[in-house]
Design a protein. Structure first.
Lengths: 148, 692, 141
């Protein structure tokens, strides 16, 4: 079972990235739970967590949102690689935040990136995922926290 | 300037005074010795010169004697010998005077010139060695030829001496006077020199004494300051120590450390050894690396502060009673910088155990909320079939809550739609849990309701406000899954006997009624009829309705037994619920023989809750007043107990009934009865249920 | 993390300075293209020249050997060779090099480890332009 402060750490890691990198804060939408594999967007940055908790945390965002984000970051390259790079950095930030707040209790893998039309992350049986919509400008991405 | 700077300057001055004193004494003594030597020589010379000054007269006198002897033809050998001796002594003395540089050169030259003038007259006299008399024994003595010449020479010398003795003597006296003056001047100089030396020595000694006194005073002040420091270090609650360059604790450390580390041998202890047995090796390595970094100038203070890895260090130590004790220590480091870089590292240690444990307890109280014991107790008392039925509806209800959460929201308005409908859902579930006496589940639902209530109270709502709600929801779902698992283990086959849904509902209501009667000290019977005929589409809604209505009847409707007796009523109240088909429709008639509903009481409550204005109240008719009880936020029982008072009960009923295309009617007679009639359309005509 | 600095990161020599200072050579090491370009774009020092960038530790060491930079910005989590090891090797080769760690890893043990290996500053990702420039200024001052 996840504690509120743990969830908040992951959420803060994500929203902080927008605020600092694009100088425009992201807000979070109404959080909810899913039992099965959540729908992914085109680009997903993911970290694996083991130790006191076991599971995955990922940030999944549509291409359009990433394009605007890159623009706000004064980036001129909108290639597939750059998009992957970007969600990787978001995952990296989430990981850094978690390491700072949870220390040795959490063992966090380096970020990995999924992309393409039908990526999927197999749901872990019996583990509900927290979905936190990340709203930024008119776009919406998702932070998924799936920890047993 | 620092204390040590003053001290150093003072040392330099002391050394300077000592050196000056030594040099001065050396100079004075050397000068004194020279002066004394000169004085000594002058005194010797004075003696010599003093003895010299009588010689001219002696010589003159002896010449007189010699002449007299010769005149009276007496024996002159003796007188001559005396003269010779005197002249020779004078000569020798004068030569010695010349050699000894006793007299002033000018005096000497004049004396010698005079003395040389004596030479031609004296020399013949002294050279006489014969017999001056031609002896004739008869006629006495007469001068011999030699004697006459000698006598003449003596007379000449005697006259010469008589004339010149005075001058020679004067010269000598003058020289002696000069010598005396010189000697007394030298003595005066020596005296002055010694006096000056003594004075200078006194001044220096005074300066040294002054210095010594101020030093003693400062040392006393320093000692007092040190004592004060020691007192502070003894009493201060924080741990303090200074690390020197090789990371060892210096002599300055506060007493509080003893308590924190259960040891007292801090002086000379290395920082590494201090922590060695208390923390894991990796932490120790990081801590030592960090402290080493403090000595360098690689990073500035702010950066060093921000990377301090010992902000909250968990240390485990023996508690002295055979067990171990975990403390949380907070280390702060400050560099003490001198002119030549970092001189010390000051380390402050605070014991933050209590605040850490407090935070942890908060967390653990959440965790212990998952304790399984209360779950067991509640379940053992609950009929397995009813429990399974409740778990199904709880599942459905919480899924609905999640669905409400899932609806995308960005604006305050969109967020604000959620708490109300979530509250209604939770409240209905909570009622059901309470009806089954599932205390622990009802408590959890209540806690979740509180969180949602917090959202409602917020001035502006955003997604962040719902994070606690979704976490609690997850926790509740996990809890219910646990209950389900345990239930399946306890009862052999809860689902295997196909118990009619209506019977389950009737049993649930009876359980609930009995509990409410107990809780509120009421006495009443509940009769149900036709509940088996409820179409499945209406089952959920009607269950909610019945739970709410039974609760209302038990809490508000049925009077306390003594009140009933006073009103000439049977002290056991009657509550009935009947479901039946009525033409193409269905009807639920719910009735109690309690106090009825006074429209004025409803208005008053609505006014108190700010649901209506006074003007509205006064113009409101009976029908309008009755409708008030279906408004959200209306409740006639104060306080928020588990079974009543949340104020969403009746509006849940109304909303759900309307959603199914139904109607609710109320009729009441104050003091006599209250009757609700819920009419629902035929199943075919029913719209899709909101809570399917 | 960084104390506010009165100087807003302008590293240009003061007006009237007789001769411009020799340019400071900077190497950027980060496995993310975006971050590399971002650092290059956002640094505002007139006398700072970015002489190369590398996406991992091995590449970084090659460029380091060839170009001999004065200042290095260093990511920590990278493929092939991580930043901590890379710092150690660079400092061993040239002790006077100034290294600014720019990493999402915000835990203190990592920061201490990096400093101990020879890093001179630590900047957490994500960062603003201002934070970046303050951190660089702290480094080259």
């Amino acid at each position: 079972m996840l504690y509120e402060h743990e969830l908040k750490t992951f959420v803060a890691g994500t929203t902080n990235f927008f605020e600092v990198s694009a100088q425009q804060p992201a807000s979070i939408g109404s959080p909810y739970l899913v039992d099965d594999a959540p729908q992914l967007h085109e680009y997903t940055g993911l970290i694996n967590i083991t130790g006191k908790r076991d599971g995955v945390v990922y940030f999944t965002a549509p291409k359009a949102m990433l394009a605007v984000l890159l623009m706000k970051m004064q980036e001129t390259d909108f290639s597939h690689e750059t998009m992957r790079d970007l969600v990787g950095e978001v995952a990296n930030t989430i990981s850094g935040n978690a390491r700072r707040d949870f220390g040795r209790d959490f063992v966090i893998s380096p970020p990995s990136v999924l992309s393409g039309e039908t990526p999927s992350i197999a749901p872990r049986p019996g583990v509900r995922s927290f979905i936190i919509p990340i709203n930024w400008r008119s776009h919406s991405a998702k932070l998924v926290v799936s920890l047993g | 300037m620092t204390v040590t700077g003053v001290e150093r300057r003072r040392d330099v001055i002391t050394v300077a005074i000592g050196t000056a004193l030594a040099v001065l004494m050396g100079v004075v003594l050397a000068a004194g010795i020279r002066q004394a030597t000169r004085l000594h020589a002058e005194i010797a010379a004075l003696q010599t010169a003093s003895s010299l000054q009588n010689y001219p007269e002696d010589i003159a006198r002896e010449l007189d004697t010699l002449r007299e002897r010769l005149e009276i033809r007496a024996y002159s050998g003796r007188a001559l010998a005396d003269l010779r001796a005197t002249v020779s002594r004078f000569d020798a003395s004068l030569r010695a005077t010349t050699a000894g540089d006793v007299l002033d050169a000018a005096d000497l030259a004049r004396t010698q010139r005079l003395w040389h003038q004596y030479d031609p007259v004296l020399a013949p006299v002294l050279a006489f060695h014969g017999q001056p008399y031609a002896d004739s024994d008869t006629s006495g003595s007469t001068l011999s030829r030699e004697g006459r010449a000698h006598f003449a020479q003596v007379k000449r010398a005697q006259l010469f001496a008589a004339v010149h003795a005075k001058a020679l003597q004067d010269h000598l006296v003058l020289g002696v006077r000069r010598l005396q003056a010189s000697a007394s001047a030298a003595a005066a100089q020596l005296r002055a020199l010694l006096l000056a030396g003594v004075l200078a020595a006194l001044v220096l000694a005074a300066a040294a004494a002054y210095l010594q006194i101020t030093r003693a005073r400062d040392q006393r002040a320093a000692r007092e300051a040190e004592e004060r420091t020691r007192d502070i270090l003894k009493t201060v609650r924080e741990g303090f120590f200074l690390l020197d360059r090789d990371n060892r604790i210096g002599s300055v450390w506060s007493e509080a450390l003893t308590r924190m580390f259960n040891r007292g041998d801090f002086a000379g202890l290395s920082f590494e050894d201090l922590l060695r047995d208390l923390v894991p090796a990796t932490t120790l390595a990081t801590a030592v690396k960090y402290v080493n970094l403090l000595w360098g100038d690689r990073a500035h203070e702010n950066l060093m502060k921000s990377i301090n890895p010992l902000g909250q260090l968990e240390v485990t130590a023996e508690d002295g009673r055979g067990g171990t004790e975990t403390r949380y220590l907070q280390f702060d480091f400050h560099r003490v910088v001198g002119p030549k870089g970092v001189r010390h590292v000051l380390c402050a240690v605070g014991d933050v155990t209590s605040s850490v444990l407090l935070a942890r307890e908060l967390q653990e109280s959440q965790q212990s909320a998952n304790a399984q014991l209360d779950m067991m107790v509640g379940m053992m008392r609950t009929d397995p079939v009813q429990l399974a039925s409740f778990l199904d509806s709880a599942d459905a209800g919480l899924k609905h809550v999640n669905a409400i959460l899932k609806e995308p929201a960005r604006t305050d308005t969109e967020f604000r739609r959620k708490p109300g409908s979530i509250m209604r859902e939770l409240h209905s579930l909570k009622g059901e849990a309470a009806a089954l006496d599932l205390q622990s589940i009802a408590d959890r639902l209540h806690a979740l309701e509180d969180l949602v209530g917090n959202c409602q109270a917020k001035a502006t709502l955003s997604g962040d406000d719902f994070l606690p709600v979704v976490v609690k929801l997850d926790e509740l779902l996990a809890y219910l899954r646990g209950v389900r698992e345990m239930a399946s283990r306890i009862s052999v086959s809860p689902q295997s006997e196909a118990v009619p849904a209506g019977d389950v509902l009737a049993a649930t209501l009876q359980t609930m009624a009995a509990q409410l009667a107990r809780d509120h000290a009421k006495r009443f019977t509940l009769n149900t009829a036709g509940l088996g005929g409820v179409p499945p589409q209406y089952a959920r809604t009607l269950k909610d309705c019945l739970i709410q209505l039974v609760r209302n009847a038990a809490v508000h409707g049925i009077e306390a037994p003594e009140v009933r007796s006073r009103c000439a009523k049977s002290d056991v109240g009657r509550v009935s619920a009947e479901f039946r088909a009525a033409g193409a429709n269905y009807e639920l008639i719910f009735e109690d023989d309690g106090a009825g509903i006074a429209p004025e009481a409803l208005k008053e409550t609505a006014l108190r809750r700010n649901l209506i204005t006074a003007a509205e109240a006064s113009s409101m008719d009976m029908r309008g007043a009755m409708a008030l009880m279906f408004r959200p936020g209306f409740s006639t029982a104060d306080g928020a107990s588990r079974d009543a008072g949340r104020g969403v009960g009746m509006d849940v009923i109304a909303r759900n009934v309307y959603a199914l295309g139904g109607r609710i009617g109320v009729s009441t007679n104050p003091g006599k009865f209250t009757r609700f009639k819920i009419t629902l359309p035929a199943v075919e005509a029913a719209g899709s249920s909101a809570v399917a | 993390m960084w104390g506010a600095s009165a100087n807003k990161g302008r590293g240009a020599p003061p007006a009237g300075a007789a001769a411009p200072r020799a340019p400071i050579k900077m190497l950027i090491v980060d496995d993310s293209n975006i971050v590399r370009r971002r650092i290059e774009r956002s640094q505002q020092f007139d006398n700072l020249v970015v002489i190369g960038s590398a996406a991992n530790g091995v590449e970084a060491l090659e460029i380091f050997a060839k170009t001999d930079p004065d200042v290095v910005t260093m990511d920590l989590t990278m493929p092939m060779m991580d930043g901590i090891e890379c710092i150690g090797r660079m400092v061993a080769k040239r002790p006077s090099v100034r290294i600014l760690v720019i990493s999402a890893l915000a835990d203190k043990a990592t920061a201490v480890e990096a400093m101990e290996r020879g890093a001179n500053g630590f900047l957490n990702k994500p960062f603003t332009d201002r934070q970046l420039n303050e951190a660089i200024e702290e480094l080259i001052r």
